[in-house]
Design a protein around this ligand. Sequence first.
Ligand code: MD6
Ligand code: FE
Length: 226
Amino acid sequence: MRHDPMHPTTLDLFADADLEQQPRREQIGEQSYVLRGFALPWFDRLLPALHAVLAAAPFRQMMTPGGFTMSVALSSCGTLGWTTDRSGYRYTRHDPQTGRPWPAMPEVFFELAQAAAREAGFSDFVPDSCLINRYVAGAKMSLHQDKDEGSYAAPIVSVSLGLPAMFLFGGFERSDKSQRIPLLHGDIVVWGGVDRLRYHGVLPIKDGVHPRLGEQRINFTFRTAG
Ligand code: MD6
Ligand code: FE
């Protein structure tokens, strides 16, 4: 419900307080949820931590094993970082671009991922990897499964920031019909258990300017990779 922010009514104030205290939880699969706005109260602490990570491990575009340059630019933090090149997809302890270990996962990243996982019914999530994806207008992620991790026991926690995206949440075969789920700044998708290997992707990002992040969408994908 839209209203004039200069003239909030009592009802509006309650609505806002509600949003902050208990984000809406939408179930999109047996063990999959969208937590609407869950990351919003964390954003001011996430941003400086993100900038510190990117100073040590800048965004770069990587090549798929098939020889295509990904439209999304990537970085990572945590013990293990996801990378791809002509020889395949894998997790590494070192950033192949600098030869240094990936930057440590900022405390605030870890805490947010753990809190979101708990909210979705996965207690004791201990992520050792955070992939950071940067989408500009036109960038997309084709349907894929996340299956480069050592175990599928842990869930995945995916944080959306900046420009909106249309997330595709499919089934267990690439050809299965996908749900289309709009993701806004601050939304978090958590999935695991029986849904862990579902196909998913992101449609091309539309042009736009986000008031806090400008002309881009940033996604954090937390995993237990090792
Ligand atoms: C993205 N996300 O939202 C891409 N993978 O930018 C993913 O590929 C993804 O959101 C596994 C679980 C959640 C995700
Ligand atoms: Fe994925």
